[in-house]
Ligand binder design. Structure first.
Ligand code: OXD
Ligand code: MN
Length: 595
């Protein structure tokens, strides 16, 4: 088959969408692959591609008795994480991308990356992956097609999205699909760019083979392009987990929560309640992204657009996240973890003793006590959500789930109390807009530096951040029964740098108060910052932590808040051109309250 000769049928898959056929033909002409494979999502296809990936060294089979269907991938050591400095929003004007995004003019982006795509797939196979973000056919879902020259991308997209024939059938003859084009080129950081063209519903990615840079349905479509579409179409695309809390009486309440990367989002989404909450159950709908629309009942309904978890492996253990450990027992791809002598995976923070000998994430021999990490700190697992014992039955529901509470969290050693509720929607948007995470000595050497990460969307908002706040504010008038908005902080420390709150499953105690507040079932105490639990309302029975420490985790120190108020100025200055008046007013109100 010549590169430009595009088959309309492969196996059982029938391709009739002329827009798609034209785009694939045009792309093949540009990239000149040896072969074009249309991915139908079948099991046979998975077997064939996995076999091919093993033969070509892209995947290393793990011990199939211990981890059936599991494989290890080692990425190029220069290509191990998302590259925010090489990620661009290509809108007609720089102002539309806003001061927090890198910007490139669309014509420049197309020209620059277009030149790199010329002949880039010579000698390679071009895979065409139709996929649905969200349950197939859901009114909240979107169709994308990713063209890639990486079999690793195909095998990951199979897990992370609903991929293949069903997505194509849903698309029908429509031209309304995201066009994602990816080539690994020569994995050279000097020729690595991730460009988003929101007005064209298009993503071009070159020079990387790793995660969020190349699985284009995830951060690129579901968040950057998604947030732009959400603004134009009146819905919200958010960096939020979604969970359902079921009471012993069988009432399930759904919560969406935004935390910056590395704040334990996947752990929270898969939380197991402590003994005290016998009979309670936390169900995972999603661990990273929420798409939310107003339903006919005036509530906000959310879907998880993904079908799998692309989770950080180091630190994941039976203690921190048993459901994640159970989710990765089979049919999971591991990237940049260490390999044990018997063909299993290992990473720092896993349960049990540190093995004497391993092969590290770069394939080098590693000995216990080595100063180097065996697994890369950003090593990942890609696991089907169907593996999760706590998967919500609603995770595949095309209608999504009704959200009763929205939670904003960050990693703050000081200042921010364990939990508080906003006074109203606008104040809630202000809490989300000003959220941030404090760096720790271990991470950067500079303690107490707050990086503002509005709604955990700083690297993921596909347009101007001030306009994004405006969109959130404007949503209020459309949501007749809005969720209540909360702020949490699991990470407050004492003067010795020890965490005051135990976190993990014990966060259920905070969640219980959040839910009771959302249903209007429990009182609260007004403070200058927001509503906090009244004495005795946070259920602490059976908690093995001194009550003074819990009090310290909840404490409000107005001196710290006067400092916090000053620190927020930087964000306001940066976004000054489009910062909504309502959020300026919220800040002024806070100032009068804290004095
Ligand atoms: C992620 C992230 O990979 O937020 O989910 O960085
Ligand atoms: Mn994320």
């Amino acid at each position: 088959m010549s590169a430009t000769e595009v088959p309309t049928t492969v196996g059982k898959m029938t391709v009739t969408n002329q827009h798609l056929l034209d785009w694939v033909a045009e792309t093949a002409k540009r990239t000149q692959p040896d072969k074009i494979v249309w991915c139908d999502g079948s099991d046979v296809e998975r077997e064939v591609l996995t076999q091919y990936a093993v033969e070509t060294g892209v995947l290393i089979p793990l011990n199939q008795e211990k981890r059936p269907g599991c494989y290890l991938h080692r990425s190029n050591p220069n290509d191990v994480a998302r590259v925010e400095h090489l990620t661009f929003i290509c809108t007609p004007t720089k102002e539309e991308a806003g001061p927090t995004n890198n910007w490139m003019a669309p014509a420049d982006g197309y020209a620059k990356l277009g030149a790199m795509f010329e002949g880039s797939m010579k000698g390679r196979t071009m895979y065409v992956i139709p996929y649905s973000m969200g349950p197939v056919g859901s009114p909240l879902a979107k169709i994308g097609v990713e063209i890639t020259d990486s079999v690793y991308v195909v095998l990951n997209m199979r897990i992370m999205t609903r991929m293949g024939q069903a997505a194509l059938t849903t698309l029908g003859a429509s031209n309304d699909f995201n066009r994602g084009l990816h080539s690994t080129l020569d994995v050279n950081p000097d020729r690595r760019f991730i460009c988003h063209f929101p007005q064209d519903n298009t993503i071009w990615s070159v020079g990387s083979g790793y995660g969020g840079n190349v699985l284009l349905g995830k951060k690129c479509l579901a968040l950057r392009i998604g947030s732009y579409l959400g603004k134009s179409e009146g819905w919200l695309a958010e960096h939020m987990l979604i969970l359902g809390v079921e009471s012993p009486e069988g009432e399930t309440t759904y919560v969406a929560a935004a935390f910056p990367s590395a704040c334990g989002k996947t752990n929270f989404a898969m939380m197991i309640p402590p003994k005290r909450f016998d009979g309670w159950k936390v169900w995972t709908v999603g661990d990273d992204i929420a798409w939310m629309r107003v339903g006919p009942d005036g509530r906000l309904w959310a879907i998880n657009p993904e079908a799998g978890y692309f989770g950080v492996a180091p630190g994941t253990s039976m203690k921190s996240n048993p459901n994640a450990m159970l989710s990765i027992r089979e049919n999971t791809l591991f990237t940049n973890v260490a390999l044990t002598p018997d063909g299993d995976v290992w990473w720092e923070g896993m349960d049990g003793d540190v093995p004497e000998e391993l092969t590290d994430w770069q394939g080098r021999p590693w000995k216990k006590g080595s100063s180097e990490k065996a697994a890369h700190p950003n090593a990942r697992f890609t696991a089907p959500m169907a593996n999760n014992p706590a998967l919500s039955k609603a995770a595949n529901d095309p209608s999504g789930v009704p959200i009763s509470a929205i939670v904003f969290g960050g990693r703050r050693a000081t200042t921010v109390p364990l939990v508080m509720q906003s006074f109203n929607w606008t104040h809630g948007v202000y809490l989300g807009a000003t959220m941030g995470s404090e760096t720790t000595a271990a991470a950067t050497g500079a303690v107490g530096v707050v990086r503002r990460d509005p709604m955990a969307m700083l690297p993921f908002c596909g347009y101007d951040m001030g306009q994004y706040f405006n969109h959130w504010l404007a949503m209020q008038s459309h949501i007749k029964n809005p969720p209540k908005i909360f702020q949490v902080n699991w990470f407050r420390q004492d003067t010795n740098g020890k965490f005051l709150w135990p976190g993990f499953g014990e966060n259920m105690r905070v969640l219980k108060w959040v839910i009771d507040r959302a249903h209007g079932r429990v009182g609260a105490q007004e403070t200058p910052l927001g509503w906090v639990p009244k004495a005795g309302h946070l259920d602490l029975s059976g908690l093995d932590v001194a009550h003074e420490r819990v009090d310290a985790a909840n404490a409000i120190n107005l001196d710290e808040w006067r400092r916090e108020f000053e620190l927020q100025q930087e964000l306001y200055d940066k976004l000054d051109a489009t910062m909504p008046e309502a959020l300026k007013l919220q800040r002024a109100l806070l100032q009068t309250r804290i004095g």
